[in-house]
Design a protein around this ligand. Sequence first.
Ligand code: TXA
Ligand code: MG
Length: 334
Amino acid sequence: MTANPTKPIIGHDVSAAVDCLNSGQLIGLPTETVYGLGADATNQKAIERVFKAKGRPADHPLIVHLFSVYQLPEWANDIPDSAYQLAKAFWPGPMTLILNRGDNVLDAVTGGQNTVGLRIPSHPKAQSLLKQFGKGVVAPSANRFGRISPTQPQHVVAELGDAVSYILDGGNCAIGLESTIINLSGKQPEVLRLGHITVEQIETVLDCPVNQPAQSPDKALIKVPGSLESHYSPVTPALLRSTDWLHVRLNASPAGLSEVGLIAHSLTILQSTAVAHVGQSIMASDNPPYYAKDVYKNLRQLDENPKVKEIWVEAVPKQKDWAAVADRLSRACH
Ligand code: TXA
Ligand code: MG
């Protein structure tokens, strides 16, 4: 075992990461969505370390990561057919299902609720780690509570430092937004967190309407910190503003612009000569999946620039394919 207790190691050695899990230590787990802070889901002490490292309230539940749908009955009871239909369509992949918890699932995992969140990630490094480890791995996003989620190994170091023993290097996360969460424990399926897999795709597979976040009547009963109004946030104050607002402000006067960090996707903004006065500007994609892939990296880059005292983010279109990105931006800029 090569993990050094005082400095996290970034490496490609799946066995070293498995050794860490077996000895109750925390790892950086690459997934296709974001990096997770991984721990043995059957080890109470290791799970306590996850909450401590993140600074996360103990009643906020964790997602258990598995490698195969055959493991579901170990972790959940009364699994509905809809779970298998969605699993067939979207696993391995960026989807988490909330099911009735199995008899042996620790309270520390579920936050004492009678449900459990389960996900089978598709990232090949996550798959081989989960297979080799054999048990479930709890993995919240590897950021401090409320902060920007990590999509590169170095982000995990920046967020959590030596609380993590080993970071399994899986490169840049391909999707860049956390998984879509679907609650199947109630009468009707409901989406608790938007993500790469859309409400429309879920409705097509289930062939029935699905409740959406704002419409969930019992939302207050289910703890989803990602649904807090402020989350995924930079430390630097961030404003989400319309294209028109940005045009007016950028062209008004160059005073103060050198302290602004700008993320824009419209060419009209990026081609405006006033952008030259901005402290740092980032040109984001105008294609939702590409925008999503870099959104946390872009926010983090501006947040880490000492010149930038305020971040301006151009609002994205109000179309369905932008819904998950719009959701994260509104919370990051709350
Ligand atoms: O893409 C992802 O889901 C990433 C990667 C690492 O897999 N993980 C992630 O975990 O985003 P976390 O802990 O940052 O967000 C998981 C969300 C939380 O908002 C949590 O409250 C919710 O899932 N959750 C977990 N178990 C739940 C349950 N039993 N009922 C309701 N919400 C649950
Ligand atoms: Mg998170």
